[in-house]
Design a protein around this ligand. Structure first.
Ligand code: HEC
Length: 473
């Protein structure tokens, strides 16, 4: 709720900015008209009559400009704060200073998530006490004071007050330290930095993304995103590895920008522009490709780590639940713990556990019996039409070939995040990282029942909070 209110406030400030610009323009026109009239009406009498009008017009001009400046700086800060969350003040301060001139395109004006104006964003990797950050804070405080004192210059009626306010403004500007170089406290950003995928992380979309990826991207980035496609060596720069590190250090919106608009925020020149696949991929299709890559990156993480270190939603899919008719999709089970079994029809049943909803994934392969409905011991199954896609998506997330997923289990927490994984044939234990960011431990033997209890306890005690800002590598 706070999040929506913040975005609404930022949008309001953005509109106020344009109203203020209009007021300033009105002031320009009025001032020009007054000057023109004073020329036409010669004589001192006319001049004294006109003087208050000229002054009022000037006040429109300067007042509008003053308000427009304030809004231009305030809205990006309010916006970034509400899409992300609390940050040390220095980050906001330096960002306000870095926010650059901004002109919206018409199509963007009414959008809920406006384009980001600055070529910089907060960088979670900057240590909170750093000197550059402190200098940014001080500079922002002095400049903010100068701005507020500017109100006196603009709106005070008496000349003496105006003079005093102007002196305060000058003093504040002189006392402000130089702002730190933005790259010391901020990370590069694109207009899409704070955009989020408009749709859920979903098995069907992941599969659709895989098809587009193989058609358009694999030639350079390689079939598995390892940067080893047949055209890789011919590129001016080696294509990026589209693995866990990329998703850890880049905002999803930036990757979306790289795919559709070209690499970087315009600083990469022609080489960057040639990476714009916006004509071949719609915005949604680009998100699908990124979801596919994200699933693959999660699988790659499991190769050298017991659990997923980066927060990953469980791929959504249609469900059929005999005892829960209101549940249509995995998403509808939010608020409950879910255990997903990748199991063929012949797989022996698992002891039901009152703490969990059991969901059975089966490949839509007629050889393995009618999938979906007759799950027997489990609470929910996956309808035939989507079971092959769901199986494949979970195989990618687990970093396995689809044929080798049989017997794997996944734990989904109440927030819908994938939290723990048990590899096929791994009777030892559930593996889940201690937190989403630190190396995990293997829990005790599951056969005693303690493994699962411990894992569930740990998962409930540490709900997932995806990072607000990513740390630049
Ligand atoms: C003609 C070769 C080529 C093709 C085709 C290609 N890329 Fe790239 N890609 C590159 C190169 C080169 C880089 C930049 C590496 C660097 O900056 O160091 C890159 C970088 C990226 C990045 C990283 C951007 C960042 O912010 O660091 C992503 C994500 C990406 N590509 C996704 C895709 C996707 C998705 C497709 C298919 C729609 C695709 N690429 C097609 C060559 C290619």
């Amino acid at each position: 709720m706070l999040h929506e209110l913040g975005i609404a406030a930022a949008l309001g400030l953005r509109w106020l900015h344009w109203i203020a610009v209009a007021a300033a323009l009105y002031g320009v026109l009025r001032t020009a008209a007054a000057i023109w009239q004073s020329r036409a009406w010669a004589g001192s009498d006319a001049k004294t009559r006109l003087r208050p009008r000229t002054q009022a017009s000037l006040r429109w001009l300067v007042g509008g400009a003053w308000l427009a400046l304030g809004c231009a700086v305030a809205w990006p800060v309010v916006y970034a704060a509400s899409v992300s969350g609390p940050q040390p003040p220095g980050v906001w301060a330096s960002m306000a200073l870095a926010a650059q001139g901004w002109f919206p395109s018409w199509s963007e004006l009414g959008q809920w998530h406006p384009a980001w104006v600055s070529s910089w964003r907060p960088d979670a990797g900057v240590p909170p006490g750093s000197r550059a950050l402190a200098r940014g804070e001080q500079a922002a405080a002095w400049l903010g004071a100068a701005y507020l004192a500017g109100a006196g210059v603009v709106f005070a009626r008496q000349a003496s007050w105006r003079l005093a306010a102007a002196m305060v403004v000058v003093a504040c500007l002189l006392l402000a330290p130089g702002t730190p170089r933005p790259e010391l406290v901020l990370a590069p950003a694109t207009p899409h930095t704070f955009r989020q995928p408009p749709t859920d992380f979903d098995a069907g979309r992941i599969l659709a993304g895989a098809r587009h990826y193989q058609q358009l991207c694999a030639s350079c980035h390689g079939a598995k995103g390892r940067g080893d496609g047949p055209l890789a060596a011919r590129q001016p720069r080696w294509p990026s590895v589209l693995g866990p590190a990329l998703f850890e250090h880049r905002h999803a919106g930036d990757l979306h920008w790289s795919v559709r608009q070209g690499l970087g925020n315009g600083t990469e020149g022609k080489a960057g522009a040639s990476h714009a696949y916006g004509a071949a991929l719609s915005s949604q299709e680009a998100w699908n490709v990124l979801d596919y890559l994200r699933a693959g990156a999660a699988g790659a993480e499991l190769a050298d780590h017991p659990g997923w270190r980066q927060a990953l939603p469980a791929p959504d899919m249609a469900l059929r639940c005999a005892r829960l008719p209101q549940v249509q999709r995995l998403r509808d089970l939010r608020g409950q713990r879910v255990r997903i079994h990748a199991a063929h029809a012949g797989t022996p049943p698992v002891m039901p556990d009152p703490r969990l909803i059991d969901v059975v994934l089966r490949p839509g392969d007629p050889l393995h019996g009618p999938p979906g409905s007759d799950v027997g011991w489990a609470d929910c199954g996956v309808p035939d039409a989507v079971s092959a896609a769901a199986w494949q998506a979970y195989a990618w997330v687990a970093g396995r070939e689809a044929a080798q997923l049989d017997g794997a289990q996944f734990l989904v927490d109440r927030g819908g995040w994938l939290r723990a994984y048990q590899a096929p044939g791994d009777t030892l234990a559930w593996s889940a990282p201690d937190t989403m960011c630190e190396p995990g431990e293997i829990a005790p033997d599951q056969r005693t029942g303690e493994g699962l209890s411990d894992t569930l306890q740990r998962i409930d005690a540490q709900p997932v909070r995806p990072p607000l800002f990513r740390a630049r590598s």
